[in-house]
Design a protein around this ligand. Structure first.
Ligand SMILES: O=P(O)(O)OC[C@H]1O[C@H](OP(=O)(O)OP(=O)(O)O)[C@H](O)[C@@H]1O
Ligand SMILES: O=c1cc[nH]c(=O)[nH]1
Ligand SMILES: [Mg+2]
Length: 209
């Protein structure tokens, strides 16, 4: 997989435009994030290993394709990652789920960790870390550091918006982790927010601030 994949599907781009619009309500924002997550999930899971199993249709027996290997692990970077997680779990209900609790210190833009819980046997699973925003990349780099420390070897990062600064930081720290996003935006502002962006994803999802 390429280091950066931008999912330019018309439905993704249409929904993203509504999410960016400041007049979109919290409920609508959350619903759209869930919908988009399923469309991006399609891309990030495209190369899952397959095998076949013998089944009987009402007509004949056949060797039918089925997913191979360990159940995949979805890891949500709290809080905003949960918006992507919910949609992906509807698509892959058997996935194991982990959580990395991080928030960005507003002054230093450094991540502050408050929680970590990962599924077992991470080294044998495809691990998909999800967070809508890749801004400086400090949070995603820290989350992936933790996942690697826990044994994860095959990791992908799924987001909604990426800034060039965050993509470069991820490429430097974790060149083995492909990024799948709905859009690559222009840049960060002086406070580390993505431009044009959509504002604070967590606040828009949960109606805080
Ligand atoms: O790439 P970075 O510069 O690290 O910024 C991105 C992080 O910022 C946001 O989280 P935030 O800290 O606002 O926490 P929240 O999800 O709890 O609102 C976002 O969901 C990412 O985790
Ligand atoms: O633009 C940004 C940057 C970081 N976190 C957000 O929620 N939005
Ligand atoms: Mg936030």
């Amino acid at each position: 997989m390429d280091h950066l994949t931008v999912v330019d599907h018309p439905l993704v781009q249409h929904k993203l435009t509504i999410m960016r619009d400041e007049s979109t309500s919290t409920g609508e924002f959350r619903r759209l994030l869930r919908e988009i997550s399923q469309l991006i999930a399609y891309e990030v899971t495209r190369e899952l290993p397959m095998t076949t199993k013998r089944i009987k249709t009402p007509m004949v027996e056949m060797d039918a394709p089925t997913l191979d290997g360990r159940k995949l692990a979805l890891v949500s970077i709290l809080r905003a990652g949960n918006g992507l997680l919910d949609g992906m779990l509807e698509l892959v209900p058997s996935a194991r789920v982990g959580f990395v609790g991080l928030y960005r210190d507003e002054e230093t833009l450094e991540p502050v960790q408050y929680y970590f819980k990962a599924p077992s046997e991470l080294d044998e699973r495809l691990v998909i870390a999800v967070d809508p925003m890749l801004a400086t990349g400090n949070s995603s780099v820290a989350a992936i550091d933790l996942l690697k420390k826990q044994g994860a070897k095959n990791i992908r990062f799924l987001c909604l918006l990426a800034a060039p600064e965050g993509v470069a930081r991820m490429k430097e720290a974790h060149p083995d982790v492909p990024i799948v996003t709905a859009a690559l935006d222009e840049r960060l502002n002086e406070k580390g927010y993505i431009l044009p962006g959509l504002g604070d994803a967590g606040d828009r999802m949960f109606g805080t601030r």
